[in-house]
Ligand binder design. Sequence first.
Ligand code: GN1
Ligand code: MG
Length: 359
Amino acid sequence: MEQIIRQFALDNEVGAPEPVRTGFINDSFKLPALHEGGIPYFLQRINHHIFENVEGLQQNILKVTGHIRQKLIAAGETDLERKVLRLIPTRDGKLFYRTPEGDCWRVYRLIENAVSMDKVTPESAGLAGEAFGRFQCQLADLPFSELCETIPNFHNMEFRLEQFHDALREDRAHRTATADCPEIIREITRREEEMCMAERLFREGKLPKRINHCDTKVNNMLFDSDGKPLCIVDLDTVMPGYVLSDFGDFMRTAANTGAEDDPDLDRIGVDMEVFTAYSRGYLREAGFLTPIEKGLLPFGCRLLSYMQAVRFFTDYLNGDTYYKIQYPEHNIVRTRAQLRLLFEQEKMREAMETVIRSL
Ligand code: GN1
Ligand code: MG
Protein backbone atom coordinates (compact mmCIF):
# COMPACT_ATOMS: atom_id res chain seq x y z
CA MET A 1 0.00 0.00 0.00
CA GLU A 2 2.99 2.25 0.57
CA GLN A 3 3.59 2.20 -3.16
CA ILE A 4 0.00 3.46 -3.70
CA ILE A 5 0.26 6.24 -1.14
CA ARG A 6 3.49 7.43 -2.74
CA GLN A 7 1.57 8.23 -5.94
CA PHE A 8 -0.36 11.08 -4.31
CA ALA A 9 0.77 14.67 -3.83
CA LEU A 10 0.51 14.72 -0.04
CA ASP A 11 1.89 17.68 1.90
CA ASN A 12 3.54 15.57 4.57
CA GLU A 13 4.50 12.04 5.52
CA VAL A 14 1.77 9.74 6.79
CA GLY A 15 1.75 6.72 9.07
CA ALA A 16 0.41 3.23 8.43
CA PRO A 17 -3.11 3.14 6.89
CA GLU A 18 -5.87 2.41 9.40
CA PRO A 19 -8.89 0.62 7.91
CA VAL A 20 -12.19 2.48 8.39
CA ARG A 21 -15.36 0.41 8.26
CA THR A 22 -17.79 2.58 6.38
CA GLY A 23 -20.16 1.96 3.49
CA PHE A 24 -20.84 -1.24 1.59
CA ILE A 25 -19.10 -0.35 -1.62
CA ASN A 26 -15.58 1.09 -1.32
CA ASP A 27 -12.66 0.22 0.99
CA SER A 28 -11.47 3.09 3.13
CA PHE A 29 -8.40 3.90 5.19
CA LYS A 30 -7.34 6.74 7.38
CA LEU A 31 -3.79 7.96 6.80
CA PRO A 32 -2.69 9.66 10.02
CA ALA A 33 -0.09 12.40 9.80
CA LEU A 34 3.26 11.00 10.86
CA HIS A 35 4.21 14.10 12.81
CA GLU A 36 2.18 16.26 15.16
CA GLY A 37 0.42 19.10 13.36
CA GLY A 38 0.63 17.43 9.93
CA ILE A 39 -2.35 16.86 7.63
CA PRO A 40 -4.12 13.50 7.84
CA TYR A 41 -5.65 12.00 4.70
CA PHE A 42 -8.36 9.55 3.70
CA LEU A 43 -7.50 6.83 1.19
CA GLN A 44 -10.14 4.86 -0.70
CA ARG A 45 -10.16 2.03 -3.14
CA ILE A 46 -13.02 2.83 -5.53
CA ASN A 47 -15.10 -0.19 -6.40
CA HIS A 48 -14.62 -0.10 -10.15
CA HIS A 49 -16.88 -3.09 -10.69
CA ILE A 50 -19.75 -0.92 -9.50
CA PHE A 51 -18.43 2.41 -10.77
CA GLU A 52 -17.22 1.46 -14.22
CA ASN A 53 -16.41 5.02 -15.28
CA VAL A 54 -13.95 6.01 -12.55
CA GLU A 55 -12.62 8.93 -14.58
CA GLY A 56 -16.16 10.36 -14.98
CA LEU A 57 -16.89 9.72 -11.33
CA GLN A 58 -13.80 11.59 -10.16
CA GLN A 59 -14.52 14.45 -12.57
CA ASN A 60 -18.02 14.72 -11.05
CA ILE A 61 -16.59 14.94 -7.56
CA LEU A 62 -14.07 17.56 -8.62
CA LYS A 63 -16.82 19.71 -10.18
CA VAL A 64 -19.23 19.30 -7.29
CA THR A 65 -16.70 20.02 -4.55
CA GLY A 66 -15.23 22.92 -6.56
CA HIS A 67 -18.68 24.42 -7.07
CA ILE A 68 -19.57 24.12 -3.39
CA ARG A 69 -16.19 25.52 -2.37
CA GLN A 70 -16.81 28.64 -4.50
CA LYS A 71 -20.20 29.09 -2.87
CA LEU A 72 -18.70 28.73 0.60
CA ILE A 73 -15.94 31.24 -0.16
CA ALA A 74 -18.49 33.71 -1.50
CA ALA A 75 -20.46 33.30 1.73
CA GLY A 76 -17.33 34.06 3.79
CA GLU A 77 -16.88 30.55 5.22
CA THR A 78 -13.67 30.25 7.24
CA ASP A 79 -13.66 26.53 8.11
CA LEU A 80 -13.40 25.57 4.43
CA GLU A 81 -11.48 22.31 4.81
CA ARG A 82 -14.10 20.85 7.10
CA LYS A 83 -17.10 22.08 5.09
CA VAL A 84 -16.35 20.48 1.76
CA LEU A 85 -14.24 17.52 0.67
CA ARG A 86 -10.93 18.16 -1.07
CA LEU A 87 -9.58 15.65 -3.56
CA ILE A 88 -5.82 15.23 -3.58
CA PRO A 89 -4.40 14.61 -7.05
CA THR A 90 -1.61 12.19 -7.86
CA ARG A 91 1.89 13.53 -8.37
CA ASP A 92 1.27 13.55 -12.12
CA GLY A 93 -1.94 15.53 -11.72
CA LYS A 94 -4.51 12.75 -12.10
CA LEU A 95 -7.64 12.48 -9.98
CA PHE A 96 -7.00 8.86 -9.06
CA TYR A 97 -4.31 6.20 -9.37
CA ARG A 98 -4.86 2.98 -11.25
CA THR A 99 -2.57 0.13 -10.18
CA PRO A 100 -1.11 -2.25 -12.75
CA GLU A 101 -3.74 -4.78 -11.52
CA GLY A 102 -6.50 -2.29 -12.36
CA ASP A 103 -7.49 -1.20 -8.84
CA CYS A 104 -8.43 2.47 -8.54
CA TRP A 105 -7.41 4.57 -5.56
CA ARG A 106 -8.15 8.14 -4.53
CA VAL A 107 -7.20 10.38 -1.63
CA TYR A 108 -9.12 13.11 0.18
CA ARG A 109 -7.97 15.39 2.92
CA LEU A 110 -9.37 13.85 6.09
CA ILE A 111 -11.99 15.97 7.80
CA GLU A 112 -10.71 16.23 11.35
CA ASN A 113 -12.66 16.00 14.59
CA ALA A 114 -15.71 14.82 12.76
CA VAL A 115 -18.08 11.98 13.46
CA SER A 116 -20.78 10.28 11.49
CA MET A 117 -23.90 8.93 13.12
CA ASP A 118 -26.15 5.99 12.42
CA LYS A 119 -28.94 7.57 14.42
CA VAL A 120 -29.97 11.20 14.87
CA THR A 121 -31.89 13.16 17.46
CA PRO A 122 -34.75 15.40 16.32
CA GLU A 123 -32.39 18.33 16.83
CA SER A 124 -29.60 17.00 14.64
CA ALA A 125 -32.23 15.86 12.11
CA GLY A 126 -33.33 19.48 11.73
CA LEU A 127 -29.75 20.55 11.10
CA ALA A 128 -29.27 17.66 8.69
CA GLY A 129 -32.39 18.73 6.77
CA GLU A 130 -30.95 22.19 6.41
CA ALA A 131 -27.59 20.77 5.33
CA PHE A 132 -29.01 18.51 2.62
CA GLY A 133 -31.37 21.28 1.48
CA ARG A 134 -28.39 23.63 1.26
CA PHE A 135 -26.37 21.01 -0.61
CA GLN A 136 -29.07 20.75 -3.30
CA CYS A 137 -29.40 24.52 -3.34
CA GLN A 138 -25.65 25.06 -3.76
CA LEU A 139 -25.72 22.74 -6.76
CA ALA A 140 -28.94 24.08 -8.26
CA ASP A 141 -27.03 26.30 -10.73
CA LEU A 142 -24.53 23.64 -11.81
CA PRO A 143 -25.85 22.49 -15.21
CA PHE A 144 -26.31 18.77 -15.04
CA SER A 145 -25.00 18.25 -18.50
CA GLU A 146 -21.65 18.75 -16.70
CA LEU A 147 -22.13 15.61 -14.61
CA CYS A 148 -22.23 12.02 -15.77
CA GLU A 149 -24.49 9.35 -14.30
CA THR A 150 -21.88 7.42 -12.35
CA ILE A 151 -24.23 4.43 -12.22
CA PRO A 152 -26.64 4.66 -15.13
CA ASN A 153 -30.31 4.55 -14.01
CA PHE A 154 -29.21 4.40 -10.40
CA HIS A 155 -32.48 5.55 -8.80
CA ASN A 156 -34.71 4.75 -11.75
CA MET A 157 -37.47 2.60 -10.27
CA GLU A 158 -38.55 1.21 -13.62
CA PHE A 159 -35.01 0.03 -14.24
CA ARG A 160 -34.66 -1.48 -10.74
CA LEU A 161 -37.85 -3.43 -11.32
CA GLU A 162 -36.53 -4.70 -14.63
CA GLN A 163 -33.48 -5.99 -12.78
CA PHE A 164 -35.76 -7.59 -10.21
CA HIS A 165 -37.76 -9.37 -12.92
CA ASP A 166 -34.56 -10.55 -14.60
CA ALA A 167 -33.40 -11.96 -11.27
CA LEU A 168 -36.74 -13.70 -10.75
CA ARG A 169 -36.62 -15.23 -14.20
CA GLU A 170 -33.02 -16.38 -13.91
CA ASP A 171 -33.27 -17.50 -10.26
CA ARG A 172 -29.50 -17.96 -10.27
CA ALA A 173 -29.17 -18.86 -6.59
CA HIS A 174 -32.34 -21.00 -6.55
CA ARG A 175 -33.91 -18.88 -3.90
CA THR A 176 -37.20 -17.61 -5.35
CA ALA A 177 -39.28 -20.40 -3.80
CA THR A 178 -37.49 -20.59 -0.45
CA ALA A 179 -38.58 -19.21 2.95
CA ASP A 180 -40.82 -16.12 2.65
CA CYS A 181 -39.56 -15.19 -0.84
CA PRO A 182 -42.94 -15.81 -2.54
CA GLU A 183 -44.59 -13.40 -0.12
CA ILE A 184 -41.88 -10.79 -0.61
CA ILE A 185 -42.31 -11.12 -4.37
CA ARG A 186 -46.07 -10.53 -4.01
CA GLU A 187 -45.56 -7.41 -1.89
CA ILE A 188 -43.11 -5.99 -4.41
CA THR A 189 -45.20 -6.74 -7.48
CA ARG A 190 -48.39 -5.35 -5.98
CA ARG A 191 -46.82 -1.90 -5.74
CA GLU A 192 -44.96 -1.71 -9.04
CA GLU A 193 -47.24 0.76 -10.74
CA GLU A 194 -47.55 3.16 -7.84
CA MET A 195 -43.80 3.14 -7.29
CA CYS A 196 -42.99 4.10 -10.89
CA MET A 197 -44.95 7.34 -10.54
CA ALA A 198 -41.88 9.61 -10.56
CA GLU A 199 -40.67 8.33 -13.93
CA ARG A 200 -44.16 8.82 -15.37
CA LEU A 201 -44.44 12.36 -14.00
CA PHE A 202 -41.02 13.17 -15.42
CA ARG A 203 -42.07 11.97 -18.88
CA GLU A 204 -45.20 14.10 -18.61
CA GLY A 205 -43.03 17.11 -17.84
CA LYS A 206 -44.48 17.49 -14.32
CA LEU A 207 -41.50 16.48 -12.20
CA PRO A 208 -38.06 18.01 -12.81
CA LYS A 209 -34.66 16.40 -12.43
CA ARG A 210 -32.07 18.13 -10.27
CA ILE A 211 -28.62 17.33 -9.00
CA ASN A 212 -28.99 14.96 -6.11
CA HIS A 213 -26.65 13.21 -3.75
CA CYS A 214 -28.44 9.88 -4.25
CA ASP A 215 -27.13 8.30 -1.06
CA THR A 216 -28.35 10.59 1.73
CA LYS A 217 -28.01 7.96 4.40
CA VAL A 218 -27.56 9.73 7.69
CA ASN A 219 -24.06 8.30 8.01
CA ASN A 220 -23.00 10.08 4.84
CA MET A 221 -22.92 13.33 6.70
CA LEU A 222 -20.24 14.47 9.11
CA PHE A 223 -20.96 16.35 12.32
CA ASP A 224 -18.54 18.14 14.60
CA SER A 225 -18.16 17.30 18.27
CA ASP A 226 -21.02 19.67 19.17
CA GLY A 227 -23.36 17.85 16.82
CA LYS A 228 -23.35 20.57 14.14
CA PRO A 229 -23.33 19.36 10.51
CA LEU A 230 -19.99 19.90 8.81
CA CYS A 231 -19.99 18.34 5.44
CA ILE A 232 -21.70 15.91 3.13
CA VAL A 233 -19.53 12.98 2.09
CA ASP A 234 -19.73 9.90 -0.15
CA LEU A 235 -20.18 11.87 -3.35
CA ASP A 236 -19.85 8.90 -5.71
CA THR A 237 -23.48 8.95 -6.67
CA VAL A 238 -24.06 12.70 -7.02
CA MET A 239 -26.02 12.92 -10.28
CA PRO A 240 -29.26 14.17 -11.80
CA GLY A 241 -32.39 12.66 -10.25
CA TYR A 242 -35.58 13.50 -8.38
CA VAL A 243 -35.45 15.34 -5.06
CA LEU A 244 -37.62 12.52 -3.72
CA SER A 245 -34.48 10.37 -3.69
CA ASP A 246 -32.54 12.48 -1.29
CA PHE A 247 -35.44 13.25 0.99
CA GLY A 248 -36.63 9.65 1.03
CA ASP A 249 -33.24 8.08 1.58
CA PHE A 250 -32.58 10.20 4.61
CA MET A 251 -35.93 9.25 6.11
CA ARG A 252 -35.34 5.61 5.25
CA THR A 253 -32.25 5.58 7.40
CA ALA A 254 -32.75 8.30 10.02
CA ALA A 255 -36.50 8.34 10.63
CA ASN A 256 -36.56 4.60 11.22
CA THR A 257 -36.76 3.47 14.85
CA GLY A 258 -34.96 0.26 13.85
CA ALA A 259 -31.84 -0.47 11.81
CA GLU A 260 -31.64 -0.82 8.05
CA ASP A 261 -31.05 -4.54 8.54
CA ASP A 262 -32.91 -5.03 11.79
CA PRO A 263 -33.67 -8.71 12.33
CA ASP A 264 -36.31 -7.69 14.88
CA LEU A 265 -39.06 -6.26 12.70
CA ASP A 266 -40.97 -4.98 15.69
CA ARG A 267 -38.28 -2.40 16.30
CA ILE A 268 -38.98 -0.82 12.91
CA GLY A 269 -41.28 2.18 12.71
CA VAL A 270 -41.45 5.78 11.53
CA ASP A 271 -39.91 8.29 13.89
CA MET A 272 -42.30 11.18 13.34
CA GLU A 273 -40.23 13.55 15.43
CA VAL A 274 -37.22 13.04 13.20
CA PHE A 275 -39.45 13.18 10.13
CA THR A 276 -40.91 16.51 11.19
CA ALA A 277 -37.62 18.07 12.25
CA TYR A 278 -35.82 17.04 9.06
CA SER A 279 -38.71 18.22 6.86
CA ARG A 280 -38.76 21.58 8.61
CA GLY A 281 -35.00 22.09 8.14
CA TYR A 282 -35.07 20.85 4.57
CA LEU A 283 -38.01 22.98 3.48
CA ARG A 284 -36.41 26.03 5.05
CA GLU A 285 -33.41 25.74 2.71
CA ALA A 286 -34.93 24.14 -0.37
CA GLY A 287 -36.72 27.20 -1.69
CA PHE A 288 -36.44 25.92 -5.25
CA LEU A 289 -39.00 23.11 -4.84
CA THR A 290 -42.15 23.14 -6.98
CA PRO A 291 -45.54 22.43 -5.36
CA ILE A 292 -45.58 18.96 -6.97
CA GLU A 293 -42.17 18.13 -5.52
CA LYS A 294 -43.26 19.25 -2.06
CA GLY A 295 -46.48 17.28 -2.24
CA LEU A 296 -44.61 14.14 -3.24
CA LEU A 297 -42.09 14.19 -0.38
CA PRO A 298 -44.01 11.61 1.73
CA PHE A 299 -44.24 9.43 -1.38
CA GLY A 300 -40.45 9.82 -1.68
CA CYS A 301 -40.08 8.16 1.72
CA ARG A 302 -42.11 5.13 0.66
CA LEU A 303 -40.37 5.05 -2.71
CA LEU A 304 -36.88 4.84 -1.27
CA SER A 305 -37.75 2.11 1.24
CA TYR A 306 -39.40 0.17 -1.55
CA MET A 307 -36.48 0.75 -3.94
CA GLN A 308 -33.99 -0.40 -1.33
CA ALA A 309 -36.08 -3.51 -0.59
CA VAL A 310 -36.14 -4.29 -4.32
CA ARG A 311 -32.38 -3.75 -4.62
CA PHE A 312 -31.46 -5.87 -1.58
CA PHE A 313 -33.84 -8.60 -2.65
CA THR A 314 -32.61 -8.60 -6.25
CA ASP A 315 -29.09 -9.03 -4.91
CA TYR A 316 -30.29 -11.88 -2.70
CA LEU A 317 -31.88 -13.62 -5.68
CA ASN A 318 -28.70 -13.11 -7.70
CA GLY A 319 -26.61 -14.80 -5.01
CA ASP A 320 -25.25 -11.70 -3.21
CA THR A 321 -23.00 -10.24 -5.84
CA TYR A 322 -23.46 -6.50 -5.16
CA TYR A 323 -23.70 -5.55 -1.49
CA LYS A 324 -21.11 -6.64 1.01
CA ILE A 325 -22.83 -9.05 3.40
CA GLN A 326 -21.88 -9.99 6.94
CA TYR A 327 -23.71 -13.33 7.00
CA PRO A 328 -25.38 -15.51 4.34
CA GLU A 329 -28.98 -14.34 4.96
CA HIS A 330 -28.04 -10.68 5.28
CA ASN A 331 -29.70 -9.48 2.07
CA ILE A 332 -33.05 -11.08 2.82
CA VAL A 333 -32.93 -9.77 6.38
CA ARG A 334 -32.30 -6.32 4.93
CA THR A 335 -35.18 -6.81 2.48
CA ARG A 336 -37.63 -7.74 5.24
CA ALA A 337 -36.57 -4.75 7.30
CA GLN A 338 -37.02 -2.35 4.36
CA LEU A 339 -40.42 -3.80 3.50
CA ARG A 340 -41.56 -3.49 7.09
CA LEU A 341 -40.46 0.13 7.06
CA LEU A 342 -42.49 0.65 3.89
CA PHE A 343 -45.59 -0.86 5.55
CA GLU A 344 -45.12 1.42 8.54
CA GLN A 345 -44.72 4.44 6.27
CA GLU A 346 -47.90 3.45 4.45
CA LYS A 347 -49.74 3.50 7.77
CA MET A 348 -48.31 6.95 8.52
CA ARG A 349 -49.01 8.36 5.09
CA GLU A 350 -51.66 10.84 6.16
CA ALA A 351 -49.75 11.98 9.20
CA MET A 352 -46.71 12.67 7.02
CA GLU A 353 -48.75 14.54 4.44
CA THR A 354 -50.28 16.69 7.17
CA VAL A 355 -46.82 17.61 8.46
CA ILE A 356 -45.57 18.62 5.01
CA ARG A 357 -48.68 20.69 4.34
CA SER A 358 -48.32 22.45 7.68
CA LEU A 359 -44.73 23.40 6.86
C1 GN1 B 1 -24.80 1.65 -0.65
O1 GN1 B 1 -21.85 2.84 0.01
P1 GN1 B 1 -23.03 3.00 0.87
O2 GN1 B 1 -23.11 1.94 1.91
O3 GN1 B 1 -23.15 4.40 1.41
C2 GN1 B 1 -25.47 1.95 -1.98
C3 GN1 B 1 -26.71 2.81 -1.77
C4 GN1 B 1 -27.65 2.08 -0.86
C5 GN1 B 1 -26.94 1.71 0.44
C6 GN1 B 1 -27.82 0.87 1.32
C7 GN1 B 1 -23.32 2.88 -4.91
O4 GN1 B 1 -24.34 2.83 -0.08
O5 GN1 B 1 -27.33 3.08 -2.97
O6 GN1 B 1 -28.75 2.88 -0.57
O7 GN1 B 1 -25.72 1.01 0.20
N1 GN1 B 1 -24.53 2.62 -2.86
C8 GN1 B 1 -24.35 2.17 -4.12
O8 GN1 B 1 -27.38 0.97 2.63
O9 GN1 B 1 -24.99 1.25 -4.60
MG1 MG C 1 -21.65 5.65 2.53
